[in-house]
Design a binder for this molecule. Sequence first.
Ligand SMILES: Nc1ncnc2c1ncn2[C@@H]1O[C@H](COP(=O)(O)OP(=O)(O)OP(=O)(O)O)[C@@H](O)[C@H]1O
Ligand SMILES: [Mg+2]
Length: 241
Amino acid sequence: MIEISNVSKTYGGTLKAVNNISLNIAKGEIFGFLGPNGAGKTTTIKMITGIAQPDQGTILMNNINMQEAPLQAKKQFGYVPDSPDVFLRLKGLEYLNFMADMYDVSKEDRTERINMLANRFEMMHALSDPIQSYSHGMRQKIVIMGVLVHDPSVWILDEPLTGLDPKSSYTLKEMMREHANAGKTVFFSTHVLEVAEKVCDRVAIINKGAIQFCGTFKEIQEHFKSNESLEKIFLELTENE
Ligand SMILES: Nc1ncnc2c1ncn2[C@@H]1O[C@H](COP(=O)(O)OP(=O)(O)OP(=O)(O)O)[C@@H](O)[C@H]1O
Ligand SMILES: [Mg+2]
């Protein structure tokens, strides 16, 4: 579970990228984080993952305080950043082994997981090639596999579906559901509202650094007294004055 309480972040002393947001993401749910470009999604995710320090507020990861016990908190989650251009000189398999080493994954566990992930994401043929030679979607997949190889309890994914082909996108969504059904947590940002509507148990909509709404899709429709799609409601909510 992820508990975000009264978190804010200002860049350069003036730009309030994230303004006093609070969110609780429970075990067993897929939570979608939606908002237009520049709304503050990545900034929020960077604070949740400890990459950026919040100006104020607290973040708990499976009840462990991110600021007080960062190392222990960081062992709870796996993070897929918005850009998959990491360790380009390594071969796919070297990268997966590096990630497994970082998280102390045993030889047996990693072999089993790498085989399973490579099969599900159809990456078996590419593991001996350098990541530099991968397409964008393949880079995205190797980063996702690197996260899943240590089987973290909390998944934090920033735009994970960008660049994935339909089959890989379907596989990842299927894996997210399996993970949530196993009582664990998935938090991801997306621009694809049809996906959010179909896949997420709950969503939060952020605009200009502030949460506009948080709840199930049904609650959103009730709240806005609307039978419209999430896309329509989202566009109205985030429209510029
Ligand atoms: N390192 C930084 N320094 C200064 N300003 C930043 C920095 N990172 C983000 N910002 C600003 O903070 C605001 C929020 O950006 P953020 O990247 O969190 O948005 P986002 O919701 O992830 O957008 P997108 O959908 O385009 O990924 C934007 O106005 C952006 O220009
Ligand atoms: Mg972003």
